[in-house]
Structure formats: C-alpha cells, structure tokens
Design a protein around this ligand. Structure first.
Ligand code: LLP
Length: 421
C-alpha cells in the first residue's frame, strides 16, 4: 500500500496518523484513501487508453456512496448485481448507459426496473433468464438490451469460492449454449444483443487466463457479428489481483509498495491484441484492484492470551467486519500503528466473535504488542465493509475517507438500536 508509511515508528495513512484516527473515531474503523483510489482508476484508464473503452467499477468490492460518487465524476461506469447496487449507481450519478447488471439470480422486479431505466445491458446468465427478460420486456412494450455472460471453462488457479469461469461454476452460459442462444435471439424482437460478457474469477495473478479469455471472446464476437448481431462492446469482467503480502513491513521508516499482481497495461494489451480487430468498445470491471490497497481496518488489542501451545492476540474487530481470512483463508498483513522495541511474538490474531473460524491470522510473527495498541489490517478496502454483518448483534463500523480536503466520516458507526429497528 503506497499510501502507508512509518515515520518515527508511527504509522501514517496518507498524512494522517493512524493512532490519531482510531482515537478520534473509535475502533473497529475502516479508513480509505481517495487519492489512492483515484490513482488506481487513472492507471486503469491509462492502460486501455489506446482503445475505446469503459471502466465499470464492480460495486460489490466497496459501495460506500462517497467513493461511488467520486468515481462516477471521474467517468467510471458501474458493474452491479442487485437492485440495491443499481440504485446506488444511479444515486452516485452514473448515467444508465454506463451500467451493466450481472448475477445468476435476478428477480422479476429487478429486471423490470433495469429495463425501464435503460441501462447498458443485463448480462444474461441462463437460457431461462433470457426468456424471462424477453417476456418482461415484451409486456412492457420495449426492447431489452442484453449481453450474454459466457462461461469459457477457464481455470484461474485461485480459491474455488472466487473462481467463476469453470464449467462447474454457477456463472455464465456454456459456449455451445451461447451459440444457440445467439441464433434464437434473432427471432426475439423484445431482445437486443448488444454485447458479450465474461468474468472468469477474482484475485487473478497470472496473465494467461486473460489471454485465453480474449481469444475466446474474439471467436464468439465474430460469430455473433456474422449472425447479424450489431454488437457494441465486449465486457471482459474484472479479476485483477493484488499482492496482499506486499502491503508494508513493520519497520521504522518503511513505506508501502505498489501491490497490483499484474500491470494493468499488460492485461489491456493481452486482451486488446485479440479484441482490437472487432471494432468494438471494451468494458473492464475492476473491483478489488481499485480499492483493496486503498483501505485499512483499524482495530484495538483487547487481550493477550497465552494458551500454552498457542498465543492469541484478541482484537475488537472480527469476521463481522472482515470475513476474508475466515471465508477464503485469505492473507492480510497486520501491522501495529506504533512500533515498540522489545521482542515480538508468534500468535493467532483473533476477533471477539463466538466462532473458532473468527481469525485474521494464524501463527503470525508479530512485532511486540500490548493491550490497547491499535493494529491496522491492511489491503482491506475491497470486500471488507461490503461483506460485513451484524452477527453477534454487532453494529457495523464507521467508515472514513481521506481526501485532499482532509478526513471525512462517510458512514457513521451503526447505532446498536438500528440492528433491531
Ligand atoms: N465483475 C463481476 C461480474 C464479478 O462477479 C466480480 C466479482 C467483479 C467484476 C470484480 O472482480 P474483482 O476485480 O474485484 O476481482 N469476496 C471475494 C471476491 C468476490 C468477487 C465476486 N465477483 C473476496 O473477498 O476475495
């Protein structure tokens, strides 16, 4: 995380001292850097700049309205997967023609709203869904803009829960079926096939799957054009991974590193070398790579516990705030806000939730920590708050955004009463 640095053994995020933020706003606390998100977004724009393109930010990664609004101002479109996210996009000021709507289980009311709003496209995930969209559009007396979400059976070699493009995954349409749907759509007047879509997975750290995806998309798009479909764009999904282990090392005067797993320009080049000849706009849907390394979760050390064979550092945040370690055995770097001298320890960093699966780290080598210390869980800007829950009747944490104007509370800490309102 390039916006993190130790100065005189104190951790700073942008120019804000972490201890100060935790003291003023309490913990658990999410803190995001808007300059970091903007730099990531501009890097994506730059990567695709030689070709007509649209970056549709994947809202599921982090849908804080202040961030969405700023990204919309910068020209980002939106990749949404529910009526809620669709409405968030409209509220953030994203024009309908920059919104794509994916998801295997769209309800009829969601389809109707999306069609009525005139979004860029509903990404169709099955033949039955396509028929339902056609029927709804026909009843409304309009033509629905759709794209087919393809399942190319490409393995990204990642965690099975975030791998989406293998035939055994619930997402997308097998290529053979997609071919027959492309035939059928020609005789369905309430549907207009405007694009093809694929999203093969998340936290992708190799270039090869993107290369294969580009080749597959070129082939299918060519076939669609031959059938007379007037495609407008190819949507290649998101998935660019980050290097969670490269966030920052807890050493005086160390600074966070750049932590994208692959240079966006390399991905753009790999995709565009296949797709450039089609004369179509390219849509990219990054989520994690825009926001993960722009956010930290701050938590306070409550207790140190010596359990003989194991040491535990018990903190006040848990799987309710950040479920990634529990759900995907994901690694997140954890560093103290203040570096102390002395000997460190090897410990599990665990939360207060009544589940043994509630941990941020297992057998992690940590610098010295004491009760009351603030720890920063790094690279937490993506799939952190957005998957948070009220389990154990815990209110959701506050969110802060650091901008050029200073620190803003962009979501108040949830009131306990709101849990049962
Ligand atoms: N487009 C579609 C259709 C998606 O389903 C996703 C993510 C994205 C774009 C954005 O992917 P990204 O660029 O963020 O990799 N909760 C998991 C990740 C789930 C990803 C779901 N789909 C995690 O914390 O790792």
């Amino acid at each position: 995380m390039q916006s993190l640095a130790y100065r005189n053994s104190e951790l700073y995020f942008e120019n804000q001292p972490i201890v100060g933020l935790a003291g003023e706003y309490g913990t658990p606390l999410y803190v995001y850097s808007m300059p970091a998100i903007e730099a990531n977004f501009q890097r994506m724009q730059q990567a695709f700049s030689g070709h007509e393109h649209l970056i549709c930010y994947a809202y599921k990664a982090n849908s804080n309205p202040a961030i969405l609004k700023r990204l919309a101002e910068l020209g980002a479109g939106a990749d949404v997967v529910s009526l809620g996210e669709l409405k968030l996009a409209l509220q953030a000021g994203v024009p309908p023609e920059k919104i794509v709507f994916a998801g295997v289980g769209k309800r009829d009311d969601e389809i109707e709203f999306a069609v009525r709003t005139g979004i860029r496209a509903l990404n169709v995930e099955s033949e039955m869904e396509m028929d339902v969209i056609a029927e709804i559009a026909q009843k409304m007396g309009v033509q629905a803009r759709i794209s087919l979400r393809l399942n190319p059976d490409i393995d990204i070699h990642g965690h099975p829960y975030i791998t989406t493009g293998r035939e055994s995954d619930k997402f997308g349409i097998r290529l053979q079926t997609a071919r027959s749907l492309m035939q059928r759509i020609r005789s369905m007047p309430s549907l207009k096939l405007v694009g093809l879509h694929a999203h093969i997975g998340s936290q992708i750290t190799e270039l090869a799957p993107f290369v294969r995806e580009g080749e597959m998309m070129r082939e299918l798009a060519g076939e669609a054009q031959q059938l007379g479909h007037e495609l407008e764009y190819i949507d290649v999904g998101g998935g660019l991974g980050i290097r969670y282990e490269a966030a920052i090392t807890p050493a005086p005067d160390s600074r966070g590193e750049d932590d994208l797993a692959i240079e966006p320009a390399e991905i753009a080049q790999a995709l565009l070398s296949s797709l450039a000849g089609l004369g179509l706009e390219v849509v990219f849907e990054p989520g994690r790579s825009l926001v993960a390394n722009a956010g930290v979760l701050l938590t306070q050390v409550l207790y140190l516990k010596d359990a003989g064979a194991r040491q535990f550092v018990v903190v006040d945040a848990g799987m309710t705030e950040l479920i990634r370690p529990s759900l995907y055995q994901a690694y997140h770097a954890i560093v103290p806000a203040t570096l102390r001298s002395g000997t460190g320890l090897c410990a599990d960093v665990v939360g207060p939730i009544c589940e043994s699966g509630d941990f941020f780290a297992r057998a992690r080598d940590l610098p010295p920590v004491q009760r009351g210390d603030i720890l920063a869980v790094l690279s937490a800007g993506a799939y952190g708050f957005s998957i948070s829950s009220n389990y154990n009747a815990r209110p959701r944490p506050a969110e802060l955004l650091i901008t050029s104007e200073g620190v803003q509370v962009v979501r108040e800490r949830e009131a306990i009463e709101a849990i049962w309102s």
